[in-house]
Design a protein around this ligand. Sequence first.
Ligand SMILES: Cc1ncc(COP(=O)(O)O)c(C=O)c1O
Length: 383
Amino acid sequence: MRKEFLPFSHPSIKEEDIAAVVEVLRSGWITTGQKCAEFEDNFCRYTGCSGAVALASGTAGMHLLLHALGIGPGDEVITPSMTWVSTVNIIVLAGATPVFADIERDTLMVSGDSIRECLRERTRLIVPVHFAGAPADIDSIRQLAERNNIFIADDAAHALGTEYKGNRIGRTGTAIFSFHPIKNITTGEGGMLCSDNHGLLEHVRQLKFHGLGVDAYDRFTQGRSPQAQVVTPGYKYNLTDMAAALGLSQLRRLDAFIKKRTALALRYRERLVEVDEIMPLADPLYPMKHAWHLFIIRLDIDKVGLSRDAFMEELKKRNIGTGLHFRAVHLQKYYQESMGTRRSMLPNTEWNSDRICSLPLFPDMTIEDVDAVVDTIKEVLKR
Ligand SMILES: Cc1ncc(COP(=O)(O)O)c(C=O)c1O
């Protein structure tokens, strides 16, 4: 058994990250300012998107998007139930109705076909999730959205560095990224909404800071008056310069992070061939580059006679941490009670929700760590 606990994720924070944040702390300007602007510029250069707004979280980005699109009571938003709860919570808090699309069983992605089944007259927005670092088949979903005049925004929380048919996610359309500590880069907490729709970007930029036409830095550098006028009631979802400095420093190492994540993931795949009871996810068939945010397996619970939760517990007892991405949202207490959602509505989502488990994957891990995880899995399954 491993002597030290191996967490499922751990941010890679080096001296250069610390120095970047300390520089901001010493500068006298710690909230939204030049570092945020620089982070937005470099993010655009990396993804190829034409404009981006740095925000307090990915969830904040989803909230501002719904507000900017005027989505509210009577509107429907299609998204998978196999997602983080934040998207669905925000839809409900906006007074709109989430409509859950089922996923492909072996990639966990929504498809054009599954979304088509959810289209109705009141559908206003589609939010596909690029899962685990691989891309959803965005062309087929966009075609459907365009034909029906529906807005589409990619949930790209897992997809910084992911490529779809030769382009990085975020290059076209509208996408929301997250910089939560387990993500491919982190700012502690943070997010980015990027879009090629400049009207939308400007609206989000206003909404992120009280609905003033300018943010704190503009007011400081350009004088408080007459810019500080409320143009529209807004929120307080700006990112700080301390966080942006960390993001800038991390972004410089993103390609190296992905390279390392890829090597670790390939080792998992190679070693897990030895374990019949474990089914890793499959790669989508269209051209893509995986950014390996998560390494997800499905446990053959019928064969091993052990629930997924018990399996995770056994690994924990042996000093291996795991994650769960995700428990189906439509089976969570609030949604079952308020929407009447239940089992058998989304077969592929439910099948995976009972079996999935994310294995440790982060850039500072070693190949030996991967081997230790697989050896421990084999030991657990032998019992
Ligand atoms: C699929 C997905 N969507 C949205 C989010 C929300 O991002 P944030 O935590 O930055 O609000 C996450 C974060 O974990 C996520 O995994």
